[in-house]
Write a protein that binds this ligand. Structure first.
Ligand code: 8YV
Length: 320
């Protein structure tokens, strides 16, 4: 019997591609180019499933044109803002994601950004690399102390909870907003706020961990930034769409915010060039989940979901 065809939109780790090849006739993307929507449609012909990354925007128009052979979109990502899941549902296509397996890696990058933005990593490293470090000084390159500070977590899901755990290692006081309050065993002493107007004034540091949805679109804007204490540090490892770039850049320029650590942006990789001109930004190229261990686990999780769908069983991470 011939193997079902699966189209993988981007280059995945070797072990993931090898496991896929065992049971499927796989259309791999060896050059890792980003396909246009036309190419996605062409490469989907005859495929029973697609494994897309967040770089493939699968909007309603594209999903409606997918061949009828396609029964599943098994995302290689926890976020699924790139997929119109209602359009998929309407076409009878199941959609899955890869929750949990990237919690630790993403929280590591959030902590790196928090520390790097607070202690002015970019300026320090630039001086070393450009031979412009004059000398040590008692008032030279003073940063903002993280230990013992108040950390606000916007979105206390799986990544937010790990971030809180890591921050407790720095004796930080944790405040959070989430749609629903966590149970005390998960809250672990963190203070719950049932709206961001209540949360933001407590955030010497704010780390964003909520998904990009219509409700969270540009939730970081002039009005919400004004609620933060002066000199706050903002960290984003979630999605660029939660931030209004004009308003964040104004706050970084005016000194309202001490600094920002950003791993995700609007319109990646063509980010707002003004971020690169600011000295009080610490910028990374969307590498929250970029460890081999995590990328393998994401791939295996996507394959587990695919295997279940092919076997007519409910996939673990079914979105629709
Ligand atoms: C992934 C992410 O690398 O999983 C997500 O939602 O943002 C990233 O960590 C990327 O989405 C893979 O498609």
């Amino acid at each position: 019997m011939s193997k079902p065809t699966v189209f993988v939109t981007r280059k995945l780790p070797d072990d993931v591609e090898a496991r896929l090849s065992q049971n499927y006739d796989v259309r791999l993307n060896t050059s890792d180019k980003i396909y246009t929507q036309d190419e996605i449609l062409k490469l989907s012909q005859g495929a029973v499933a697609i494994i897309p990354c967040h770089t493939e925007k699968m909007d309603a128009a594209l999903i409606q044109q997918l061949p009828d052979s396609v029964k599943a979109l098994c995302c290689f990502s926890v976020g699924y803002d790139h997929i119109d899941i209602q359009a998929a549902k309407a076409k009878g296509i199941q959609v899955t994601n890869t929750p949990n397996v990237l919690n630790d890696a993403t929280a590591e990058i959030a902590m790196l950004l928090l520390l790097g933005a607070a202690r002015r990593e970019y300026e320090g490293e630039t001086q070393i690399r450009t031979d412009s470090w004059a000398d040590w000084g008692a008032t030279f390159q003073l940063g903002k102390q993280v230990s013992g500070g108040k950390l606000g977590i916007l979105g206390m899901g799986r990544v937010g909870q790990i971030m809180a755990r890591r921050a407790r290692g720095f004796d930080m006081e944790i405040h959070y907003y989430n749609r629903s309050r966590l149970t005390p065993d998960l809250e672990m002493g963190a203070t719950y706020h049932d709206n961001i107007e209540s949360l933001f004034p407590h955030c010497d540091f704010l780390s964003i961990h909520c998904p990009a949805t219509p409700d969270t679109h540009h939730i970081i804007n002039k009005e919400s930034i004004a609620l933060l204490p002066d000199n706050a540090v903002l960290v984003n490892t979630a999605r660029g769409a939660v931030i209004n770039d004009d308003d964040l850049i104004s706050a970084l320029k005016s000194g309202k915010l001490f600094s920002a650590g950003l791993d995700v942006f609007n319109d990646e990789p063509n980010i707002d060039p003004r971020y690169k001109q600011l000295e009080n930004t610490f910028l990374l190229p969307h590498i929250g989940s970029a460890t081999l261990k995590t990328r393998n686990e994401m791939g295996f999780r996507a394959i587990d979901n695919l295997d279940a769908i092919i076997a007519n069983k409910p996939p673990k991470d079914k979105l629709v």
